[in-house]
Design a protein around this ligand. Sequence first.
Ligand code: NAD
Length: 247
Amino acid sequence: MLKGKVAIVTGGTRGIGFEIVRKYLANGAKVILFGSRQETVEKALAKLHEENAAWEVEGMWPQLTDAAAVEKAVLEVKEKYNQIDILVNNAGISQSTPLYQYTPEEFDKVIDLNIKAVFYAILPTAKVMKEQGGGCIINTSSMVSISGQPAGVGYPTSKFAVNGLTISLARELGKDNIRVNAVAPGVTRTDMVAALPEQTVQAISSKIPIGRVGEPEEVANAFLYLASDLASYVTGEILSVDGASKA
Ligand code: NAD
């Protein structure tokens, strides 16, 4: 479904991002995953190559919250591969600190990675996509971008912003043949969920109509669809993959 396409996936070393990378590779794309540390990037690459030595995948670890570092990495990808067809902004952090314990530093940390870094990655990539005649950007939102959550206000705030950025850029970049969408996962079985208090996970899970949390691969399937030509007329969409959690 993605033969000949070049994709950047941020936060591709584990969880949902890792499954997106696998899914894209299995569907013929060349993938450059952006991780936070050389060590975790190399571990992820080794795992992927163990699965299929022929997969064309490499890793970089620019500081995503540093606009200049991200621009440099994006331009290196463009230089090497001559094109960037897909950008997946997946890296993100969550927390569930109650308001009265919240610090401004904690809020900044969430906003810096979940919103600013998304913008920083889009800025140079969209220019490359415009020049080459089009492309596809997929951001990672969350079901809490619709429902909010009862603690850790920075996280849902950041995901509401991701939706706003997605819908607005879809409107702005349509004329350049750049589609901009987001996937809004519900509770998905990754490290991020493991870090939540068990009570929180149970409370959320008991409200999921489909009766279970999602698997990373199920979320990655939505990223595959949106990146593929099957979604050629889909832009400005926030696609929920949440077992009807927010319903
Ligand atoms: P995870 O914690 O398993 O993985 C997060 C990824 O982001 C990792 O690859 C990590 O290396 C990367 N990352 C974190 N901080 C980084 C930084 N400063 N620089 C570069 N990379 C960094 O998380 P996940 O559950 O796979 O979440 C992926 C995305 O999905 C996030 O945007 C998250 O908000 C969203 N999401 C997750 C769930 C869920 O239940 N897991 C639900 C809704 C939305």
